[in-house]
Design a binder for this molecule. Structure first.
Ligand SMILES: [Zn+2]
Length: 166
């Protein structure tokens, strides 16, 4: 999102050259830059002690493909806290360990996705109302069930398998 008006005071922004950034939208009244904005989300591949991944059915996202856990970050939260919270909210599972997997830019939604591999015990899942179903499937099988190659979920599963095979 590119600002044209200041979200704090409503003034029309001007372009002002700022250091290495070059011409940047600037509010004269608040004396501050308003850089283009994007959302930051986490996406998590949750794997249990049997090497199975938690795949979600979320009809509002896709009727065809399964999803990984994902969600928007809240202000004040670290990416790790967000990943633990989303996994708890969506699946009712407590994360036992968490590892940063990499980041992906999701251009269709102007979104930076921070990926995590999360370990959790395969206890009973308690699904949130945003989740229509969830199941454990072997990670190898997950490649054929998530959104196809080119998607962030696919890249995440592939990265997990690549790492396992090193
Ligand atoms: Zn302003």
């Amino acid at each position: 999102m590119r600002f044209q008006y200041c979200p704090d005071c409503g003034s029309k922004l001007i372009l002002k050259p700022i250091g290495d950034e070059g011409d940047t939208p600037w509010c004269e009244r608040c004396q501050k830059p308003l850089f283009d904005m994007f959302s930051t989300c986490i996406i998590a591949l949750v794997v249990n002690e049997r090497g199975e991944a938690a795949l979600l059915r979320q009809n509002y996202i896709s009727q065809q493909y399964h999803n990984l856990v994902s969600g928007y970050m809240k202000p004040g939260e670290t990416a790790e806290e967000c990943a633990r919270r989303e996994i708890q909210e969506e699946l009712g599972l407590t994360v036992t360990s968490l590892e940063f997997a990499g980041s992906w830019w999701f251009g269709k939604k102007d979104m930076l996705m921070l990926g995590f591999f999360a370990a959790a015990h395969s206890g009973e899942m308690k699904l949130s109302c945003e989740v229509d179903g969830a199941e454990w499937v072997p990670v190898e099988a997950a490649l054929g069930l998530v959104h196809p190659r080119g998607s962030v979920s696919y890249a995440m599963v592939e990265a997990y398998l690549d790492r396992k095979n090193i």
